[in-house]
Design a protein around this ligand. Structure first.
Ligand code: SF4
Length: 344
């Protein structure tokens, strides 16, 4: 048993076929399904073949700090909840705008594996329990850390601690089957409207991401979706309108978060997203039938507020990434009694 804090850890979700030097090893964690030679690392840069075994560099965290659940963002999941936020290194996507590239972009060499926090899953869960907090995996791709997630879940289950993910959703059905039972809520990034734009931005297919949104919901996980308005991928009216329609086809009650583009990483020379663009995207979301569309920044408190779909009363007010007021009674509007979807 390799302990937390050491670099490489036995991985799950792979298959070997053949024998001896002809043995083939395939990782089944994400839809790239890398077939690896001896010593080779996958597209993600954090899983490697050693002999006929797969190992991962994601058993542990490079980050440990406190945030509000609103900052993940989750707006319909236990408002005001504190979250002990962790991040194992690595990502399956290679987005040019990534603000977390120094921990996520291991494969390209823009991030290195660095040292992991020596805290064990049990110690991390104890810290969260003492604060009455949930544990969230964010900033990098938590889908690359099913082993760490399951270890946290084992300790968290006994302590009654929720596990949350902010994920790109690029996982195989087998991976979703493995982790969904231990996840309370997942915010999935849907970054583009079509396969071509998604592949250009992320290097990966869009279809598995939308499939993951459906699959997680079908397994009872609370799901919200985030779309950053990225130049050329999701900032055109036809693009964000199609993304909104895709989400609405799955369920119009899925909260949709629109994120303002900030120049960073390889997109330093692009302009920041304009408030008018975010306002137009929000309108497109409502026109597509989505009941809850949010803009964290750029449109002020009104962009972060929840209106009752029944009577229009503002029932939840939020500051930048924190709860200000909640006027729901057992998940229903205090004014008209309409039930709002969420885990309140
Ligand atoms: S998780 Fe990594 S090694 Fe596994 S299939 Fe995906 S990119 Fe390849």
């Amino acid at each position: 048993m390799v302990e937390s804090g050491t670099r490489w850890h036995p991985a799950v979700l792979y298959q070997t076929t053949g024998q001896g030097t002809a043995t083939t090893l395939r990782c089944d964690l994400c839809p790239f399904r890398c077939v690896l030679r001896e010593g080779q690392t996958g597209v993600c840069g954090v899983r490697r073949r050693v002999g006929n075994r797969l190992e991962t560099a994601t058993f542990g965290t490079s980050v440990r700090h406190w945030t509000a659940v609103e900052r993940k963002p989750f707006y319909h999941y236990r408002p005001g909840l504190k979250v002990l936020t962790l991040a194992a290194p690595g990502c399956t996507f290679r987005c040019d705008y990534c603000v977390n590239f120094r921990v996520s972009q291991v494969a390209s060499g823009d991030a290195d594996l660095g040292e992991l926090d020596p805290a064990t899953p049990r110690e991390l869960v104890a810290q969260a329990a003492e604060a009455g907090a949930a544990i969230g995996l964010s900033y990098t791709e938590p889908g690359l850390a099913p082993e760490f997630t399951l270890a946290l879940a084992e300790a968290a289950g006994r302590a009654g601690i929720d596990l949350l993910w902010k994920s790109n959703g690029f996982l195989t059905p087998a991976a979703l089957d493995l982790v969904a039972p231990v996840l309370a809520a997942v915010n999935v990034d849907v970054k583009a409207a079509d396969e071509e734009a998604h592949r250009r931005l992320t290097g990966a297919s869009l279809a598995p991401v939308l499939d993951a949104v459906e699959a997680l919901r079908a397994r009872g996980v609370w799901v919200e979706v985030t779309t950053p308005l990225i130049p050329g991928a999701s900032d055109q009216p036809s693009q964000y309108t199609e993304i909104a329609r895709s989400i609405a086809r799955i369920d119009p009650a899925i909260p949709w978060h629109l994120m303002r583009f900030t120049p960073s990483f390889r997109m330093q020379n692009e302009d920041p997203g304009a408030p008018a663009e975010l306002a137009a995207a929000r309108e497109a979301g409502h026109a597509a039938g989505l009941r809850y569309v949010y803009v964290e920044r750029a449109l002020g408190p009104e962009g972060r507020a929840t209106g009752c779909p029944g009577c229009g009363t503002t029932v939840v007010r939020r500051g930048i990434w924190e709860l200000e007021s909640l006027d729901l009674v057992d998940g229903r509007c205090a004014a008209c009694g309409t039930r709002l979807e969420g885990r309140w």
